[in-house]
Ligand binder design. Structure first.
Ligand code: FES
Ligand code: FES
Length: 153
């Protein structure tokens, strides 16, 4: 066990865990930030996506010992940011969510995309939004991204 100081949603937090513990489980089990979901556990589905130093990152395979001083933002904190707030509003307006399980990760991926590319092409969206959705909300996800894009500029 070791103690790590990590910054999550703007707050410095101490966690004492095994160094190999994935960030996902630190968020969910230690910090009770359960908006970030466990899907596949092998980096494929995107349910566990958070931002690490601003980049969409799958947290299920990232040991907490690799986080260091990089800021972590989760779905609980993304609304504190202008792009995050606009994306969440677009998600509500387009009524994207079905069961909701994948949607935290989808939103985190969409926000990361729009921060770098506020006017994404279809190819940009296809290339970036690789998160899986068992309910197949893909058409509404893409509509919400385009809607958020028009509000950003
Ligand atoms: S749970 Fe991390 S990518 Fe699926
Ligand atoms: S909304 Fe159900 S898995 Fe995506």
């Amino acid at each position: 066990m070791a103690t790590y100081k990590i910054t999550v949603n703007g707050q410095r937090r101490d966690v004492t865990v095994d160094p190999s513990t994935p960030l996902l489980w630190v968020l969910r089990e230690e910090l009770k930030l359960t908006g970030t979901k466990y899907g596949c556990g092998i980096g494929l589905c995107g349910a566990c996506t958070v931002h690490l130093a601003g980049e969409a990152t799958r947290s299920c395979g990232l040991p907490v010992s690799d986080v260091g001083d990089q800021e972590v933002v989760t779905i609980e904190g993304i609304g504190g940011d202008r792009v995050g707030r606009i994306v969440q509003e677009a998600w509500v307006e387009k009524d994207v969510v079905q069961c909701g399980y994948c949607q935290s990760g989808q939103i985190m991926a969409a926000v990361a995309l729009l921060k770098v590319t506020p006017r994404p092409s279809e190819a940009d969206v296809e290339g970036t939004m690789t998160n899986l959705c068992r309910c197949a909300t893909y058409v509404r996800i893409r509509a919400a991204i385009q809607d958020a894009s028009t509000r950003l500029i």
